[in-house]
Design a protein around this ligand. Sequence first.
Ligand SMILES: [Zn+2]
Length: 172
Amino acid sequence: MVPYISQPLSRHNLRNYAFQLRKLLHMENQLYFPVMEFLEVLPDIFPQLSWEIVEDTEFSQYVHGETDILNHYIKIRQSVYDGACEGNGRDRMTVMHEIAHYLLLCVNGVKLQRNFDKQVVKAYCDPEWQAKCLAGEIMIPAHLVAGMDLFDVIEKCGVSWDAAAYQMRHIS
Ligand SMILES: [Zn+2]
């Protein structure tokens, strides 16, 4: 069951948003998105936000990060942080995913409501899908990777095989 429902956002909307963000950062023409540098300057851009690295033992093994939208707080697991700093694609995407939650809910003000009556929620209204989609769109920019070889996407965007393959399936 999806605990929250957010206002609908399509992949098209999120792709647009990713492009605007990259443009704002003057990164619309580069494949590699420097997630960790972005994380580093995020509190300068959004002064309310803070983030911290937490010991792996603080989280259950399935939780890699957490974004607290009420307190403007991002927590990242130590091993994920280390992996992302070393350029591990999966960990980089995890960090981007948490940032994506923040961008959507706190910066863009996407409305969220509790799924009280346990409705079946469509992907485009699921905050998890939206964060996953936006993170993928930021890390693997559609306008640059169209027609590229999968191996090149993995290497040049610094993402995992799974993320690259998934994203390429959504680019025509
Ligand atoms: Zn999430």
